[in-house]
Design a protein around this ligand. Structure first.
Ligand SMILES: [Zn+2]
Length: 207
């Protein structure tokens, strides 16, 4: 007769047979957690979080809104085991607020861009003519760069953003008066968009 413990042993499941259940969710079921930074109580694995965090570090913030929350996330840093790349503040040249999303044409926050666009097309979201829009002026800096802005300080911020020149001289800025909607549109299309479409964030206009 075989010893009793040998009979018992036959009925025990090998330890390995339970593991596949835990592996049903990639990264391991026990790794699941609720992300506090993405709305909707999103549950994701630590491995999934790490992948998303690493993609967010490489992504261009201007094109990747869905990874915005992951970009400087401290949980992502722990799960991925790397430090977040610092995100430079994106200050709108017009309202001077930090835009955590993207700057249209690398200059304006979405709100300021929309107000200017309404002025250009002559109607707002309600279909009426925008009347509270503060007029924009055309400026010329050093006889070489045309910019549009509400006042000289804004115009200098635009010149600074486009050229990277931090030692601009306000006396070199000439105000040519109020810009018409079509002039605003032309400036945006002919100067801002070609400049902002360049892949580099560095200034690319020489003055
Ligand atoms: Zn703004």
């Amino acid at each position: 007769m075989l010893p009793a413990y040998k009979h018992k042993h036959e009925y025990l499941q090998p330890a390995e047979s339970k593991k596949p259940e835990l592996r049903l969710i990639p990264g391991g079921a026990l790794d699941l957690f609720t992300c506090p930074n993405i709305s909707g109580n999103l549950r994701l694995t630590k491995a999934g979080c790490a992948t998303q965090f690493i993609s967010a570090q490489k992504a261009n913030i201007e094109t990747s809104l869905q990874l915005m929350h992951c970009q400087s996330c401290s949980i992502g840093e722990v799960n991925a085991g790397i430090k977040a790349t610092p995100v430079l503040p994106k200050i709108c040249v017009r309202c001077e607020h930090n835009s955590f999303r993207r700057l249209c044409g690398k200059l304006l926050c979405l709100s300021c861009y929309n107000r200017a666009r309404e002025k250009v097309i002559g109607r707002n979201a309600r279909g009426s003519t925008p009347i509270r829009f503060i007029p924009l002026h055309i400026f010329d800096y050093a006889d070489s760069l045309i910019v549009v802005g509400r006042d000289k300080p804004e115009a200098l911020r635009v010149v600074n953003a486009m050229t990277g020149n931090n030692s601009l001289k306000p006396e070199k800025l000439i105000d040519y008066g109020v810009a018409t909607p079509s002039e605003i549109n032309h400036w945006w299309r002919a100067i801002v968009l070609p400049w902002s479409a360049k892949r580099t964030n560095r200034a690319s206009i020489k003055i």
